[in-house]
Design a protein around this ligand. Structure first.
Ligand code: M6R
Length: 614
């Protein structure tokens, strides 16, 4: 979703802002822009539809001087993606410029009122309404910028992270947030602003994460001051970001997605580090130690999540019910938040989110908290909004995920869910000693098995090339592998734009079989578990309708090799851990099909990395 960058200090602002926008490209956007205050205190605003590189080309012959500026990548919500709607937006007088992430929900009413007062608008955006409102308040009441921003924010309803500059006060940026993340970077005599830390870390590791309803006054030569909407000073610790530049670069891979697929063995080792101990035969999660009573005595788990995280939740449900014998429900956060769910104080709500910023998941957390549930978060982005809103949780520690299509976050989430189920199952006495021991050992061996599996990358690329013609795909799996089928289908849809559906294999006969003919490739996850024979019958039914079958089988499965058109072999593991392996070839399959079709794998059309608006 939209990206924000700001700079004030001793360097030329333009290169810092452009560099920062490039770091935020992964969030998904359709236009980009920059506002700079030059040494004569003139406000220069440049914006274009398209990529940051288009903005660079556009500004080639323009004045990009100045040491203060704000810049933005826009993901269209109000008004189509075009230059007029791109940010920054300027006020009628040309004195103020704003960039904004989020949505001003009452913008139409505010706009009407401002138009009645004679204010003219140049765009269709809610953001322009906000800057015009700030200017209207400032000019009619003769206020300084901070007071005008505070008063305007009392009037607007919605979610936002904003940065505002005023050419009459060129040494200052005012930034504010509500339900949309914003980070201030603190360097030597310079300050940075970002919608996350990625545009900042190559300059400084010191940051302040703003909280909801914080307003930061970033003034050249002074300490950053943070106040609330009532001008009460808010104290904030300066935190050190544990993020390396190498982690947010491609490191020799053609795409972030491929890099992130290949990082998974190491990521899972990091995720398990200090938590899984094979020698001592135990799994330790600090959250389970610190909040033993609430977690061990949970009468029900409810997992809330969106997209890929929701697929991980489906695996988590099976793990928690199998191992801990506690009922578990999985909900789309967007549905949960609006359907007035029944929640008891003996419920534990688990919120899963890679970004930790997904608006629906955050709202679901707030709702569950209000209703008295204990909240446990499973997130990746350290210090993001969801971990800060939960009672406790476990980070997945897989490092920044830049590719819009989630890969390593999924396997990290499943790993944390497995560790959680093991730790709680042990405490509750619902898992027998031998199974506990076997699972710990198997879980620990998964990264090595993933490495073996990744050696089939070239073979999977060859298979992918055959299927670029396809317009539809079906993915089938059962039990623990049903969510894997859903995830495989989502990956293909997101990056190749081929329509794909995931189904529990047995459901095929209840409808989807009508679609099967020689044009429809079917991916079947057919590992040798308790439902193997049944999946075998499904493959026969598909072959009888002349569709091509790509089967994911266990090493040495000769039976399916004879039936399927192509097979991808998976190392053996315990059934509940199979998703950690079976997902990898499906990620690669989607990746190579998208590459063969020439698609923008890391930034697929219309998608945003973190969905911070509803
Ligand atoms: O950051 P989150 O895990 O909360 O994001 C949830 C979904 O938006 C996300 O998983 C989305 O479906 C991805 N594009 C999947 O690849």
């Amino acid at each position: 979703m939209c990206g924000i960058v700001g700079y004030i200090g001793k360097r030329k602002a333009y290169p810092v802002l452009i560099n920062g926008l490039k770091r935020l490209e992964y969030r998904g956007y359709d236009s980009a822009g920059v506002a700079l205050l030059n040494d004569d205190n003139e406000l220069n605003v440049y914006k274009t539809k398209g990529k940051v590189s288009d903005l660079e080309a556009y500004t080639e012959d323009k004045d990009v001087s100045g040491t203060v500026g704000i810049a933005h990548t826009r993901w269209a919500t109000h008004g189509e993606p075009n230059t007029a709607n791109a940010h920054p937006h300027i006020s009628s007088s040309g004195n103020l410029a704003i960039i904004h992430n989020g949505i001003i929900e009452n913008y139409a009413t505010l706009k009407r009122r401002l138009m009645e007062k004679g204010v003219e608008f140049k765009s269709n955006t809610d953001t322009e309404v906000l800057i015009q409102l700030i200017e209207y308040i400032q000019s009619t009441k003769n206020l300084d910028l901070l007071t005008a921003v505070r008063m305007a924010l009392h009037t607007v309803i919605g979610a936002y992270a904003i940065a505002v500059i005023d050419k009459r006060n060129p040494d200052q940026i005012i930034a504010a947030r509500k339900s949309s993340p914003l980070v201030v970077g603190i360097g030597e005599d310079e300050f940075f602003l970002g919608s996350d830390a990625s545009p900042i870390i190559e300059y400084t590791k010191k940051v302040i994460y703003l909280d909801d309803k914080d307003i930061a006054i970033i003034h050249r030569g002074e300490e950053v001051k943070v106040v609330d909407f009532y001008n009460e000073e808010m104290k904030h610790d300066v935190t050190e970001v544990a993020l390396d530049l190498a982690q947010i670069e491609k490191g020799g891979y053609p795409h972030f997605m491929l890099k992130e697929i290949f990082e998974q063995p190491d990521c899972l080792m990091d995720c398990m580090s200090g938590r899984v101990n094979v020698e001592a035969n135990n799994v330790v999660l600090s959250a389970v130690i610190d909040h033993r009573e609430q977690l061990v005595n949970a009468r029900r788990f409810i997992i809330v999540a969106c997209g890929t995280s929701w697929h991980a939740a489906q695996i988590g449900k099976q793990l928690l019910e199998d191992i801990c014998k506690v009922p578990c429900e999985v909900e789309y956060a967007s549905e949960f938040r609006y359907r007035n769910p029944v929640i008891n104080n003996t419920d534990v709500v688990i919120a899963i989110s890679q970004s930790g910023e997904t608006a629906d998941t955050l709202a679901a957390v707030e709702l569950a908290k209000e209703k008295g549930a204990f909240i446990y978060g499973i997130c990746n982005a350290i210090g993001s909004s969801i971990p800060r809103a939960t009672h406790t949780g476990s980070y997945i520690h897989v490092g920044p995920e830049i590719g819009v299509a989630s890969t390593k976050a999924f396997t990290g989430q499943v790993t944390v869910l497995t560790m959680l189920a093991l730790a709680l199952g042990k405490e509750r006495g619902t898992i027998d000693e031998q199974k506990y021991k076997d699972l710990i050992k198997e879980l620990y061996d998964i990264p090595e098995k993933m490495k073996e599996l990744l050696k089939q990358c070239d073979a999977i690329r060859d298979i992918s090339q055959i299927f670029t013609y396809a317009r539809n795909f079906l993915y089938l799996g059962r039990g623990y592998n049903y969510p894997v089928a859903l995830e495989g289908a989502l990956k293909l849809k997101e990056i190749s734009y081929i329509h794909a559906e995931g189904y529990p294999a047995a459901e095929m006969k209840h409808g989807p079989i009508a679609l099967i003919d020689e044009e429809m490739p079917v991916v079947v996850i057919a590992t040798k578990n308790v439902l193997y024979e049944k999946v075998l019958s499904n493959i026969q039914e598909i072959k009888a309708r002349r569709a091509r079958v790509i089967a994911l089988v266990n090493e040495g499965d000769e039976t399916i090799k004879r039936m399927a058109d192509m097979v991808i072999e998976l190392p053996h593991t315990m059934e509940c851990l199979e998703p950690l392996l079976a997902t990898i070839p499906l990620q690669l399959l989607a990746y190579f099909i998208a590459v063969c079709k020439g698609k923008d794998v890391d930034q697929p059309r219309n998608l945003a990395k973190s969905v911070t608006v509803e």
